[in-house]
Design a protein around this ligand. Structure first.
Ligand code: ATP
Ligand code: FE2
Length: 338
């Protein structure tokens, strides 16, 4: 008989529920994303959104998977990293389900979950992963029983930087896809701060400089928004590409995985494809449904952990808003790799 894990994603604006069986087949994935009317992500508003919707989305997921709550054998939830008030709701609902259903509970690191669902969906064994989203910018690979971080942002995540600039330019949230469209209409490059420190990246300089460009008297005179969008993408993505390439050269890994919401961007895909080809590495973009935040990635990673070391004790399921992916061992990889 099939066994099922219900996974809850609740680190930021998405309340996501996924149901995955222990063999890795995804039976459903339902996302309910809070979209702010204006401004950034206000934790109190996201919290209210998740509190108002959590049961509805769980019901919807069960209905779509044609399952009853009693068919669930394991509950997994995003335990780290994320916004504390929002993480708490996922943890509370997961603890409640686990106690009522009397099934084991597993806390999952959100960043590790992005890698694991990518490995599952792209049938990739041992990738170097570029994970780029609204809240994260991380280049990681497996080494010594952990997903080690080879490079990361020192300030803003690249998706957040693009969204913030887009908002300043009067575009609605999320700005990433809109900036991509505008950039396609320009071939002009205006120099912006290119900041790579060692293997780490900084995007706040690009943001400030790009904002200045659209506030300048030269805007819509010497250059337009398409040109700024193109320059912003070219600079930020070249930085990501440089660090990814250096990690590839250092690790000699032969598989590259691109994931997170920004993975949808065709120009970024093109750049990472190029360096992967140069290093004879296979390149895969995680299918977009699974690249953004979702409950299926939490469920699948919960299954992997549960199968290798069992569930967590209730006392181990406290949320960890700042926990890094390289702080956590991944025993299911150890079993496979020499
Ligand atoms: P995380 O919690 O992992 O940081 P998130 O909450 O940002 O994720 P995601 O769905 O992974 O959610 O990513 C959303 C981000 O992806 C937004 O910043 C959005 O602008 C960006 N994005 C989506 N499509 C594109 C695109 N075509 N080009 C650039 N950015 C994009
Ligand atoms: Fe994410």
């Amino acid at each position: 008989m099939k066994k099922f894990c219900l996974g809850i994603e609740s680190t930021a604006h998405t309340w996501g529920v996924g149901i995955v069986d222990f063999k890795g087949e995804v039976h459903t994935l339902i996302n309910d994303t809070f979209i702010p009317e204006k401004g950034g992500l206000h934790p109190a508003l996201v919290r209210e959104h998740h509190l108002n919707n959590f049961a509805k989305i769980i019901d919807k997921a069960l209905l779509e998977a044609n399952l009853s709550i009693k068919d669930i054998n394991l509950v997994a939830f995003s335990q780290s990293p994320g916004l504390a008030p929002v993480l708490k709701i996922g943890a509370l609902v997961a603890r409640m389900l686990s106690q009522i259903l009397k099934v084991p509970l597993v806390g999952v690191n959100h960043c590790i979950a992005h890698v694991e669902i990518g490995r599952l969906m792209c049938k990739i064994e041992d990738p170097l992963t570029l994970y780029v989203s609204g809240g994260n910018t991380i280049i990681s690979a497996y080494e010594s029983n952990r997903y080690q971080i080879f490079g990361e942002t020192l300030d803003l995540a690249v998706g957040n930087m693009i969204d913030s600039f887009a908002r300043d330019a009067g575009l609605s949230h999320p700005g990433g896809p809109k900036i991509e469209k505008l950039a396609l209409r320009s071939k002009k490059y205006i120099q912006l701060p290119y900041i790579v420190k060692g293997m780490d990246l900084s995007f706040s300089g690009i943001y400030t400089a790009a904002k200045r460009l659209i506030e300048s008297p030269d805007f819509n005179n010497k250059y337009n928004l398409n040109d700024v969008a193109n320059s912003l993408q070219e600079t930020a993505f070249a930085m990501l590409t440089e660090v990814t390439e250096r990690a590839l050269a250092h690790t000699e890994i032969k598989e590259v995985l691109l994931t997170g919401g920004v993975a949808a961007n065709k120009r970024l895909q093109q750049m990472i494809q190029y360096i992967s080809d140069e290093h004879d590495a296979r390149f895969e973009v995680v299918p977009l449904k699974y690249a953004g935040d979702n409950g299926a990635m939490i469920a699948w990673t919960g299954i992997l952990r549960y199968l290798s070391e069992g569930g967590h004790e209730m006392t181990e399921t406290i949320i960890k808003p700042k926990e890094r992916m390289d702080n956590i061992t991944v025993p299911w990889r150890l079993e496979k790799k020499t």
